[in-house]
Design a protein around this ligand. Structure first.
Ligand SMILES: Nc1nc2c(ncn2[C@@H]2O[C@H](COP(=O)(O)OP(=O)(O)O)[C@@H](O)[C@H]2O)c(=O)[nH]1
Ligand SMILES: [Mg+2]
Length: 365
């Protein structure tokens, strides 16, 4: 399963522009479109120059990047939870995402109507937080209704679940995110199937225009302050410019970006911040059939990493033969030299995987 991100934000903040920039999918973008319930969904290959290099040298028939799935839903408006706008039914489409990408308008443009009449990142973030909390509150209350009778009969698991639900409800009632409830890990596990939105990690995206690149840009800085207070990452992205650019061939895109002073593409920034946020890393496999990138959680040991490729590799794990991509580059992309220098390692079951490991798993089933 690809890692998935749900894009949220008020209407006309640039969610779909960002989605298009990320996916080059050209979903409908509009200045006055009403909220449509159907989400845009795209699976995007994560660009990784290491794959291209390894693939070339290994004469690989196929190169397979790791992927990210983006879901772009309609904008939340103030009062969505009470059925304002088209309500918040569409949030169901992002209940199962791994992380939330919260897009906030930081650009001024009189042609594009703002839901609340002016650009104000901190206020907009509050609006969305509240709507997400209210949506979770409804979910929690529904579950509570169902479990409360059983809990009253003295059923122990039901009582435990009820207590956890009430702790979370206490936060949500105040408009606070569920994640701020003080619950032990085992209690959180009881709530996992609720797929609460306000426990998901958030990545903020300041949607800026060219002026937003200045470090002291007022709107972007305001959003960064909000994100910092929540210890959440925040990236600045020119959604519109990048969406326009998405249709261009790669070389022209680079020129375009340079002309605007953009250093890193939206996709690349979001991938970096997102991987960091979720504690993820990448290892690589290279060969004639396929060169491929694999996503794992930091701290994963060799057999479990092997299990990502195939369960047989985990079950029958013998050892991992591995070198680092950096060493491979330093050795002129020559595996023989890596071996000569003793950089071709053989690792056992306890080995903790490192970013950029190029791996060959030995197994026996
Ligand atoms: N001036 C300006 N307009 C933008 C920017 N980003 C998006 N827009 C425009 O804002 C409108 C709404 O964008 P859209 O991506 O559909 O917003 P969504 O409702 O959040 O999905 C469109 O007309 C976009 O072209 C930007 O950075 N600057
Ligand atoms: Mg949209």
């Amino acid at each position: 399963m690809a890692l998935s991100c749900g894009i949220v934000g008020l209407p006309r903040v640039g969610k779909t522009s960002l989605f298009n920039a990320l996916t080059a999918a050209n979903a409908q973008v509009g200045a006055f479109t009403s909220a449509s319930a159907d989400p845009n969904i795209a699976v995007v290959g994560v660009p990784d120059p290491r794959l291209d290099e390894l693939g070339k040298v290994n004469r690989s028939k196929k190169i397979t990047p790791t992927t990210l799935r983006f879901v772009d839903v309609a904008g939340l408006v103030r009062g969505s939870a009470q059925g304002g706008g088209s309500g918040n039914q569409f949030l169901a489409h992002i209940r199962e995402v791994d992380a939330i990408v919260h897009v906030v308008r930081c650009f001024e443009d009189e042609q594009v109507i703002h839901e609340d009449g002016s650009v104000s990142p901190a206020r907009d973030v509050e609006t969305i937080h509240l709507e997400l909390a209210l949506s979770d509150l409804a979910t929690v209350e529904r579950r509570r209704e169902r479990v409360i009778k059983l809990a009253r009969t003295g059923d122990a698991p039901a009582k435990r679940l009820l207590a956890a639900l009430e702790a979370v409800k206490g936060q949500l009632d105040e408009g606070r995110p569920a994640r701020e409830a003080h619950l032990p890990k085992e209690e959180w596990a009881l709530l996992s199937d609720l797929n609460l939105l306000t426990i998901k990690p958030i990545l903020y995206v300041a949607n800026i225009d060219e002026t937003g690149l200045a470090p002291d840009h007022a709107h972007a800085s305001a959003l960064e302050a909000v994100a910092a207070a929540e210890r959440a990452p925040c990236v600045r992205v020119c959604g519109k410019i990048e969406a326009e650019m998405a249709g261009l061939p790669l070389e022209e895109r680079a020129e375009f970006m340079e002309a605007y002073g953009l250093k890193e593409s939206a996709l690349s920034q979001i991938i970096h911040a997102g991987f960091d946020l979720l504690g993820l890393m990448t290892f690589l496999t290279a060969g004639e059939d396929e060169t491929r990138a694999w996503t794992i959680t930091k701290g994963t040991r060799a057999p479990q990493a092997a299990g990502k490729i195939h369960s047989d590799l985990e079950r029958g794990f013998i050892r991992l033969e591995v070198y680092s991509y950096e060493d491979w580059l330093a050795c002129g992309k020559d595996e023989k030299k890596i071996k000569e220098k003793g950089l071709w390692r053989s690792e056992g079951k306890e080995y903790v995987m490192r970013e950029g490991d190029v791996c060959l798993f030995r197994f026996n089933v």
